[in-house]
Design a protein around this ligand. Structure first.
Ligand SMILES: NC(=O)C1=CN([C@@H]2O[C@H](COP(=O)(O)OP(=O)(O)OC[C@H]3O[C@@H](n4cnc5c(N)ncnc54)[C@H](O)[C@@H]3O)[C@@H](O)[C@H]2O)C=CC1
Ligand SMILES: O=C(O)C(=O)Cc1ccc(O)cc1
Length: 342
């Protein structure tokens, strides 16, 4: 926001957090002299309503919003506190990091990400417009939703996946080193968010327990039937083995269908790209050279993924390109002596 010329004033229960954010260029820790346009509350969900109510009582702003990961609870708490909801709009930027605190902040965090707004008929149009201006200034994409629908949606796409990632990663805690050494891209993908801060996620889960429990119960049913199906695969009875195989395949097929619904680049429908895999040395400038060679071949890299080898100083770079560009890119890279992998 400061980079876009907005005068930002920072305040935090922990003074050092506000000062650190100010030192990083996020704004000034000096309180504003006058009423501000918009008060943005970014505190743990359980403290959102009290913090907003306090700011409203002090008349700090023309409009008020919060960015909490859960929307129903804070709204109900505000109502219970008797606050005037016309100057408030609930919001939730769908972007985050595994780490929190000002040092984990990045200026482009919200770029291109959905930012949910949960106005009600009571919300002032001026306040909604201020919120929309904020979303635009952050380069995010506004999505208007009902608060309860939002909470069910994030239970499905964010909160339950966090728990499942943690549960898969928890299996590794006491695993033998010889097993852990075999970790590849699959487990890296599934457990990346398990590295998140437990305190932040406890705050979020405690604010959305019902919808998360509902999704987890469906998942538990799939888990239960898959365990049974795998046991059946060990049976001496042919029919049982067949049923077991059908049930395991069913979960894999349904998973593939669900995965195909995950939006692709820029939120567009997922697209089938072809992959050109290139082995590169772990040294400065290799990636830049590879991208430049793809550029000179006139090929647009749609997406990129790097698999780091645990055994050698090398990385396998997967370049995702339009199917018709794949042979062009492969030929151009071979010409320039890159080592391509099937
Ligand atoms: N980190 C993430 O990935 C995302 C977080 N959110 C939401 O943003 C909000 C903030 O989360 P983070 O920035 O990650 O947490 P954080 O822990 O980095 O920051 C929260 C800050 O709030 C301060 N604080 C706590 N109680 C306060 C109070 N009563 N008054 C004033 N300050 C208070 C803390 O000192 C801390 O500096 C939460 O509601 C979270 O659900 C939303 C989207 C993504
Ligand atoms: O879950 C995700 O998709 C993330 O990228 C991380 C995240 C965590 C908390 C939020 O409120 C929003 C996003």
């Amino acid at each position: 926001l400061t980079a876009r010329g907005v005068d930002v004033r920072l305040s935090d229960l922990d003074d050092s957090a506000a000062r650190t954010a100010a030192a990083l260029g996020a704004g000034s820790a000096v309180p504003p002299a006058d009423t501000v346009d918009l008060v943005i509350v970014a505190v743990p969900p359980a403290h959102v309503a009290a913090t907003l109510a306090d700011a409203m009582t002090r008349g700090l702003g023309r409009g008020y919003l919060d960015v909490a990961s859960v929307k129903g609870g804070p709204r109900r708490d505000l109502e219970a506190l008797g606050c005037d909801l016309s100057a408030y709009v609930g919001t939730h930027p769908m972007a985050g990091r595994e780490r929190s605190g000002p040092l984990a902040a990045t200026e482009d965090l919200f770029e291109g990400r959905p930012w949910v707004l949960t106005p009600t008929p009571a919300t002032d149009t001026d306040v909604l417009n201020l919120a929309l201006e904020l979303v635009a200034l952050c380069g995010a994409v506004p999505v208007v939703m009902d608060a309860e629908a939002h909470d069910r949606a994030v239970a499905l796409v964010s909160h339950t996946p966090q728990l499942v990632s943690s549960m898969v990663a928890a299996r590794l805690e006491h695993a033998e080193d010889s097993a852990v050494r075999l970790c590849g891209q699959g487990i890296l993908d599934v457990t990346r968010i398990a590295g998140s801060e437990p305190a932040m996620w406890m705050d979020i889960l405690a604010a959305n327990p019902g919808p998360v429990a509902d999704v987890l119960a469906d998942l538990a049913a799939d888990l239960g039937s898959t365990v049974e199906a795998l046991r059946a695969l060990q049976s001496a009875d042919d029919a049982k083995r067949r049923d077991g195989a059908a049930a395991v395949r069913d979960v894999l097929v349904r998973g593939r269908a669900g995965r195909a619904k995950v939006p692709g680049k820029h939120g567009a429908a997922p697209k089938a790209y072809e992959v050109v895999a290139v082995l590169i040395g772990d040294q400065p400038g290799e990636l830049a050279r590879l991208f430049a060679d793809a550029g000179s071949a006139g090929v647009n890299i749609e997406d990129v993924r790097i698999e780091h080898s645990t055994a050698q100083q090398a990385g396998l770079v997967h370049l995702f390109v339009e199917p018709r560009s794949a042979p062009v890119l492969a030929a151009a890279l071979r010409d320039r002596a890159w080592s391509l992998r099937p």
